[in-house]
Design a protein around this ligand. Structure first.
Ligand code: PGA
Length: 240
């Protein structure tokens, strides 16, 4: 795994945006695999800025997001669809019909998971997948466990993740208990992967991943099975 150590969050955002922008320049109809959470917000702001300056063009881009709460309405301001519209899709020249987030409002979660998996595979996987990492080593909603599901699936959220996400809701009781998420196999089908991390809270998870071995107890460690992964990390997170 390649590691880019940045001096601060701003630099993490700039470096990761540059990597995504390069993929878009090389392939104007690229498939971008995108992530939500606080970590990539600065990267999205940078991509919006680059689009406004005419440096990058989203008109032929397709996007696939990693995950979505389940059940949740896309209009709910805590849904990941809402997050993506607000942080990126509504602010760049993208064709919204080519932006894809698992449908949190589907009647049948398992059927939606199967549809989404088939759709991502039909695209041949993402040209680049952007990832965050949970403080427990999760990737998307693939939580540490004795077994992991390789494909897109419905999953329960761990108490740690509910607790970490409670900051976005009025109370922990309001955090949805389930989610639709790509599996590690779906994620590893991307041609190129960048994983972003900042702050001390992610230090232990990042170190476990960088050890180079693979364990289901740290889903991020599965990225060691892929030969084009770049960690973009700030000094605070890297040094602990
Ligand atoms: P965060 O979430 O960017 O909000 O820290 C990342 C994650 O949990 O995957």
């Amino acid at each position: 795994m390649k590691v880019i150590v940045c001096k601060d969050y701003q630099e993490v955002s700039e470096k990761s945006a540059e990597i995504v922008a390069q993929v878009m320049k090389d392939k104007p109809n690229a498939v971008l695999g995108l992530a939500t959470g606080s970590t990539p917000e600065g990267m999205y702001a940078k991509l919006v800025e680059m689009n406004r300056k005419g440096e990058i063009d989203f008109s032929d881009i397709t996007t696939v997001n990693l995950d979505e709460y389940f059940p949740i309405s896309p209009d709910n301001d805590q849904s990941y669809r809402y997050f993506m519209n607000k942080n990126l899709f509504d602010r760049v020249n993208i064709d919204k019909s080519r932006t894809n987030v698992p449908n949190g409002a589907a009647n049948d979660g398992e059927a939606e998971a199967a549809r989404y998996e088939a759709f991502v595979r039909s695209l041949g996987g993402a040209d680049i997948q952007v990832l965050g990492i949970g403080r427990n080593g999760h990737i998307a909603f693939n939580e540490p466990d004795v077994e992991l599901v390789p494909v897109t699936h419905v999953t329960g959220l761990t108490p740690d993740t509910i607790d970490a996400n409670a900051r976005f809701f009025a109370s922990a009781d309001e955090v949805p208990t389930h989610a639709l998420t790509m599996g590690m196999g779906t994620i590893l089908s991307a041609k190129k992967i960048i994983i972003l991390a900042n702050g001390k809270g992610k230090h232990n998870a990042v170190m476990k991943m960088l050890k180079g071995t693979v364990t289901t107890m740290c889903p991020a460690s599965f990225l060691n099975l892929h030969d084009d992964v770049t960690l973009v990390v700030d000094e605070e997170c890297y040094n602990g």
